[in-house]
Design a protein. Structure first.
Length: 358
């Protein structure tokens, strides 16, 4: 982590790669040849453009091959996926890696695990097959898409772009921080809420297997910082550009909504990004109540509720949430998706600090 006041961008994953479909190299001449006022374009810029063109061609070939694999799956029936096992999908994922389409590769690997995922597996397999098909088709026809949606498609297939949105300086409340690991890479997710802007932002940082990412921000504190957004329709992901002071205590809380409002936000996010897995939401005045073998968050003032998803039920933070509530309404921040709500932080109805749940 860098010293206070040093300008940097910490939210970085693999090195950015541009896509010829995104407009090519900036600064080229009006004739599209990469020259300006009769001067030859910089060799480095032309080399970058050629690399982007070659990568786009490889991803296009990979997407076309994936389309054929999905057609074979549906032609043979979903039962054939269970008989063939995950090996065929691992081989397909390896082909997507060769095509430099990491986003497609990760979704293909997930597809290979679904036939053995228990009750409801055929439904989940069909849903994920449809989403994968939609992503491949969107890439193949990306020139016809609105620019925001095209940027989302490029991100979903695995191309990265710099955070080029306008800089936003704010007092950012750190809502939650947690890590995910796939055995090769540890990804740290940090959720922030801007006290002045009202924006919710997601910072991602990465570490090799067995190593924690460098970026760490204590949940419940606020940091005076400047953030910049990544391109894409409705994307909450931003980059930390500069910090002006160390994290400090705060009384700020994010504004909340009802469980029905949370579902409406997720629906709106799917309109802009059909591959969106969840949206950040703060629920106000909800009570955790048992629901058979699970739990749900019920509105204290309305006859609605959201189930707590499998990820939330498996964490010890669920019991901290139940203890904090004690049957009274609480404010809860978390991620809302198709499998329910995952609580990540909570506040009592009266005065009190944030309680991390992840």
């Amino acid at each position: 982590m860098t010293d206070q006041g040093v300008r940097r961008t910490t939210d970085q994953g693999p090195a950015p790669a541009s896509d010829v479909g995104s407009g090519g190299v900036s600064g080229g001449g009006p004739d599209g040849t990469g020259t300006q006022l009769g001067l030859p374009a910089a060799p480095a810029a032309l080399a970058a453009l050629r690399r982007a063109e070659r990568r786009a061609e490889r991803i296009t070939a990979g997407a076309a091959e994936l389309e054929r694999r999905l057609e074979d799956l549906l032609r043979g029936g979903l039962a054939s996926a269970e008989r063939s096992g995950p090996a065929v999908w691992e081989e397909t994922a390896a082909r997507m890696v060769d095509a430099q389409a990491q986003g497609l590769a990760s979704r293909v690997r997930e597809l290979g695990t679904l036939p053995a995922s228990g009750a409801g597996a055929p439904v989940r397999l069909l849903e994920e097959t449809a989403l994968l098909h939609l992503l491949a088709r969107a890439w193949l026809r990306r020139e016809r898409l609105p620019e925001d949606l095209a940027a989302t498609v490029r991100s979903r297939v695995g191309l990265t772009a710099p955070a080029d949105g306008p800089a936003i300086r704010d007092d950012w409340l750190v809502l939650a921080q947690y890590d995910r690991s796939d055995g090769h890479l540890t990804t740290r997710r940090i959720w922030l809420h801007g006290a002045g802007s009202g924006r919710t932002a997601l910072l991602l940082s990465y570490g090799a297997a067995g190593r924690s990412p460098d970026l760490a921000l204590p949940a419940g504190l606020a940091v005076d910082a400047e953030l910049s957004a990544y391109p894409g329709a409705g994307q909450p992901r931003m980059a930390l550009v500069e910090r002006f002071a160390p994290p400090a205590p705060t009384t700020v809380r994010p504004p909340g909504t009802t469980t029905a409002g949370a579902l409406a936000r997720y629906g709106a996010a799917l309109r802009d990004d059909p591959w969106c897995e969840s949206v950040p939401v703060t629920l106000d005045r909800v009570v955790p109540v048992p629901d058979g073998d699970g739990w749900q968050l019920a509105d204290a003032d309305e006859d609605h509720a959201l189930p707590i998803g499998p990820a939330g039920r498996s964490r010890p933070g669920l019991w901290r949430l139940v203890a904090l509530s004690g049957g009274a309404p609480v404010r809860v921040f978390g991620e809302c998706g198709p499998h329910g709500f995952t609580p990540l932080a909570a506040w009592p109805e009266g005065p009190g600090e944030a309680v991390p749940l992840c």
